[in-house]
Design a binder for this molecule. Structure first.
Ligand code: 5GP
Length: 186
């Protein structure tokens, strides 16, 4: 393969999506995988843009067909990375980025051993809790569930190749662009 895959992971609510949006602005050549999920769309989310929204039966069919590079259940919903588009972009030498949860990142470590795994860390635990609570689109129980997962996820950063602290979105994005370009010069 002529290019290496970069994976951005980290606790839910740490701001992965916002950093990825800033990466797209700073570095439009980057290709970002669109995941499949059984989660319902949030207001403003469009099928095929943020996610491909599928039923649990459709998702399970994709798993049976081995069509997912990795997948995980997160807070009661399934999320997975379609395999073929990623393999095509990597084979063509495109700078390729996945934004996935920690369980998925660990599967990528096994499936794509030369992938570069980047952990996005919150500036502080209090800030992470504030961001998750402020989102306001989930019930308190879902926020609590996500915070419990985030505690476990924060301990995982030791197993990553790089850690970026998300205290400033544009600076964090610039750091990620540098890492992507380092493994995939175009
Ligand atoms: P959300 O529901 O907030 O969009 O995403 C919940 C979590 O699922 C986030 O940590 C997000 O990074 C992760 N996620 C999104 N797509 C994928 C995927 O394809 N695979 C895995 N393993 N996690 C994903």
């Amino acid at each position: 393969m002529s290019s290496r895959l970069t994976v951005l992971s980290g606790p839910s609510g740490v701001g992965k999506g916002t950093v990825v949006a800033a990466v797209r602005r700073q570095y439009p050549q980057v290709w970002v995988s669109v995941s499949c999920t059984t989660r319902h769309p949030r207001p403003g989310e469009i099928d095929g843009v943020q996610y491909r929204f599928v039923s649990r039966a459709q998702f399970e069919q994709l798993v049976r067909e081995n069509a997912l590079l990795e997948y995980a259940e997160f807070a009661g919903n399934l999320y997975g990375t379609p395999r073929a588009p990623v393999e095509q972009r990597l084979a063509a030498g495109w700078p390729t980025l996945l934004e996935i949860d920690l369980q998925g990142a660990e599967q990528i470590r096994a499936a794509v051993p030369d992938a570069q795994l980047v952990f996005l860390a919150p500036p502080s635990w209090d800030e992470l809790e504030r961001r998750l609570s402020r989102r306001g689109t989930e019930s308190r129980a879902v926020v609590e569930q996500r915070l419990a997962l985030a505690r476990v996820e924060l301990e995982a950063q030791r197993r990553f190749d790089e850690v970026i602290v998300n205290d400033d979105v544009n600076r964090a994005a610039a750091e990620l662009v540098t890492l992507i370009q380092r493994v995939c010069p175009v």
